[in-house]
Ligand binder design. Structure first.
Ligand code: MN
Length: 500
């Protein structure tokens, strides 16, 4: 994130004369510096010379398109800036836009205000001229309103900065599938060509045998070192330690982690999928390896679920440096007590230890599916706190992102016989409304579960990608949501013809 830039782009025009334009540039630089210094904005904010004519706008947009470090543009009209001069540039721009509707002064200088001040500080109408054109062009953008020193304004811009950083990461990203989809499963399927057109990432398959070759080449010394690391940071079960009955299983888990990571780094992959139905030549389902690689920032989807792998990677980049973790998740089973219904989330093995509330235990247990050796895995509980689940589905004519805000809770009782990592949560607005909404919306059982990524981040993502988003939160009413789904069917059917 540190290398990426937001370009702070100010609009004006020539009518006001050189002195006013010099002042516009000075003020604009001051705002750009303040935003650059803001701890809530993780990207560099770079001042760009004030734009006053169509050629300058075109040149800047061309420069932004070809700049590898420019993740997005923040637009602001200090004065009036006749917006037809922006058409040529903005229609060719392929970087995300935030429109910051602000002004240099916070307060009116009641005693001193004169017409020179009025002409210099015209964002109140200059930004409306810009807003009209953005709407006329059907430009995707985030509009942020308020004084630039306002912490809420900086936080909203910072949230967007994280999303454009993750969007930047997604462009050209490669995802690797070891094996295909779990047989007969529908929701994990989808159109990979449409996904590459919409999101900019590619998904391709690789033979498990190719992975096995890489695993076989991992050295004993590398495995010794990784097993020592496991003992240093986890509570390792005695039978897995050196000299224990199952130490070889742990060593094989380490071999898988090293081998898969090597395969991913060699191929330049940002995430991967596995499927328990295609493990030919692998002794265990890679549980520990997938847990550890998620914690390092890789996307992961089980059962061939490449959409969740890509979404999880995106969420990991958004969350970089924020407190709380982000994991692959599956809605597994329910506590249906009317006094407080809850969802128990887990997977066969692959939950990311970034959401562990305490030191994870490294254990070995049988796995009743897949017919392989007992796999090693990290076992832990997730902490209490606000969180969300997000899922990306392919409806045939479009992608839909579905988000449910939840409150994670600590289990009221221990789960001594549950040999996997898990999280427990309560859905907003309530169990029945949330789950009926999720099911009507076609939400998958696989999600990205996060304590750090917010609905605002995911709304910004959907806006940039141009996809549908359905949010289930404290305000959701089931029948209104069902209407939204019906209307969206029509809108997204027609939308490709509504554009400029
Ligand atoms: Mn699953």
């Amino acid at each position: 994130m540190e290398q990426l830039e937001l370009w702070f782009v100010t609009g004006s025009q020539h009518l006001y004369g050189d002195e006013t334009l010099r002042q516009v540039a000075v003020n604009s630089q001051a705002i750009a510096s303040a935003l650059d210094a803001s701890p809530s904005i993780p990207l560099k904010v770079v001042f760009k010379p004030v734009l006053t004519d169509p050629a300058a706008v075109r040149n800047l947009c061309t420069e932004a398109n070809s700049s590898p470090n420019c993740a997005g543009l923040v637009l602001w009209m200090h004065t009036f800036s006749p917006a037809k001069m922006w058409i040529g540039g903005l229609t060719s721009l392929n970087k995300p836009i935030a429109h910051l509707h602000t002004q240099f002064n916070r307060d009116l200088p009641w005693a001193e205000i004169d017409m020179d001040f009025m002409n210099l500080n015209q964002a109140a109408h200059g930004d409306r001229e810009a807003g009209f054109l953005h709407t006329r062009l059907r430009l995707a953008r985030k509009v942020i309103v308020g004084h630039w020193s306002d912490s809420e304004v900086q936080a909203r811009l910072g949230a967007w900065a994280r999303v454009v950083s993750a969007w930047h990461d997604m462009q050209g990203a490669r995802f690797c599938r070891f094996g295909d989809n779990m047989r007969e499963v529908s929701v994990t399927e989808g159109n990979k060509v449409s996904a590459e057109m919409k999101f900019g990432f590619s998904v391709n398959t690789y033979g498990v045998g190719d992975l096995v070759q890489v695993l076989d080449a991992v050295s004993d010394a590398e495995i010794d070192a990784l097993c020592a690391e496991y003992e240093a940071i986890y509570e390792v079960a005695p039978e897995l330690k050196k000299g224990g009955d199952h130490h070889e299983s742990l060593r094989y888990g380490a071999r898988q982690e090293i081998g898969i990571e090597r395969f991913l780094t060699t191929g330049g992959f940002k995430g991967y999928t596995t499927t328990f139905e295609d493990l030919h030549g692998l002794k265990q389902l890679p549980g520990l390896a997938s847990q550890r690689l998620m914690a390092k920032g890789y996307g992961f989807g089980a059962e061939g679920d490449w959409k969740t792998s890509a979404l999880l990677r995106f969420m990991k980049v958004v969350a970089e440096g924020l407190p709380g973790g982000t994991s692959f998740m599956e809605d597994y089973t329910y506590h249906m007590d009317p006094a407080g219904p809850q969802v128990l989330g887990a997977h066969m093995l692959e939950i990311c230890p970034s959401i562990a509330s305490a030191k994870p235990k490294l254990e070995i247990h049988p796995l009743g599916i897949g017919g392989k050796d007992d796999p090693v895995r990290l076992v832990f509980d997730a902490p209490a706190g606000p969180a969300l689940n997000a899922t990306l589905v392919d409806l045939g004519n479009r992608f839909r992102l579905i988000v449910n805000e939840v409150n994670a809770v600590v289990p009221a009782h221990p789960l001594p016989n549950l040999p996997v990592a898990r999280a427990l949560w309560e859905c907003k607005p309530d169990f029945k409304t949330a789950l009926a909404s999720w099911i009507y919306a076609g939400g998958a059982h696989h999600t990205g579960f996060s304590y750090s990524v917010t609905t605002e981040h995911l709304r910004d993502f959907a806006e940039i990608a141009g996809i549908e988003i359905v949010v289930i939160d404290a305000d959701t009413k089931l029948e209104s949501l069902r209407n939204e789904l019906r209307w969206n069917e029509v809108y997204y059917h027609l939308a490709p013809g509504i554009g400029r």
